[in-house]
Design a protein around this ligand. Sequence first.
Ligand code: NAD
Length: 426
Amino acid sequence: MSVDTLVSVQDELNVYESAEARFETAAQKLNLEQGLYRYLKYPEKEITVYIPVALDNGQIEVFTGYRVLHSTVRGPGKGGIRFDPKVSLDEVRALAAWMTWKCAVVSIPFGGAKGGVICNPAKLSKSELERVTRRYTASLGDWFGPERDVPAPDIGTNEQTMAWVMDTYSMHVRQATTAVVTGKPLDLGGSQGRREATGRGLMICCDRAISKLRMKRDGCRVIIQGFGNVGSQAALLMHEAGYKIIGAADIHGAIYNENGIDIPKLYDWVYVLRMPLVEFSGGERIDAPQEILFRPCDILVPAATENQITSQNAHRVNCKILCEGANGPTTAHADSILEKKGIFIVPDILGNAGGVTVSYFEWVQDRQGFFWRESEVNDRLQDVMERSFDQVVLYAQAHGVSNRIAAYIVAIDRVARALKLRGFYA
Ligand code: NAD
């Protein structure tokens, strides 16, 4: 590979560049005023913290953490905290901007933020993870708050992490403040339906997309890459609803069965018996996890991580609908290849917005001190997702742009209108 090719591949895989490219295209199509364009292009604040933590063996390790507040124009910052060895400021910056557009696409009153700590949660003990979380939260205590910036789980963090964030913040402000963070356990002000929310939102988008393409759930072949919170919940819900899940993958490999995988059994295998997904006997074992993306199917759901579909492999994708569960699974360079293939795309900022929508419901319930039944949460989620899907697809049709660019345009327009109404505080 030549140096030039290497550099362009590196550029393609820089998620910040990918996010920027879509923002630029949408801003141009929207004829966004120069001033507003400049305002929305940059984040409001980027914070780097160095987190000294005593490991179990008594040694002190210093971890690097970030929090990027992209926008508070429409409300407090909102976005997950990622614990992963690959976390970088560029990645957090891109994810923070995506949160702004995602909250605006589904029209919930939040801005966008994201955080991360460079660490490998699989290699840290529970008490070490607790100390990393508490020190990270304490360092950012002045910036977090129910009216300022509200974190949530992301890759490598979970309900327990959110409980530690809530406790640390509460100790500092000297009052129990459940609304400072979402994705908490039910016993601590969490919401019914939050765990399934991102997967449910994906299914609602798939339902809408198949009805648009005059397809039926029954026999509709689905492949899901990623079997974590998002992928496993999407698989369970879609299996129960009648979709045929023919492929599932995690980071170690994939399972493929053209007659359909027994998803509740696979879920128990992975989450109850704690066995490796690839060793599940109900399908063909595929050791290269990415290969599952290229098997023929009706719906492909990348729900693992960024940069899975690129200019190098997009020509191999063989589906009718691509419904993005992960943030940034498709690079900007791959967009036109998929478009030429006529694939109906549900872009990430719409497809996976079910999670932040129910996070919003959780924040509302915490602030009200009044909790809703699961059916109420799910009904409200359905309303939000269906309305948002329809708005994006209608815009795309009316203006001859892709669903992805339409989603960005709808979002940028909402934030820009709010910004104009607020005016610029000098
Ligand atoms: P998770 O850590 O619970 O699960 C990630 C899954 O992806 C795991 O099964 C892991 O093994 C698998 N994986 C990782 N790299 C892979 C690879 N290269 N190939 C195949 N599988 C791979 O994370 P999650 O919460 O499910 O999040 C997944 C994605 O969805 C992330 O991009 C995240 O930002 C996004 N997202 C999550 C939520 C949420 O509510 N959790 C909401 C919106 C978006």
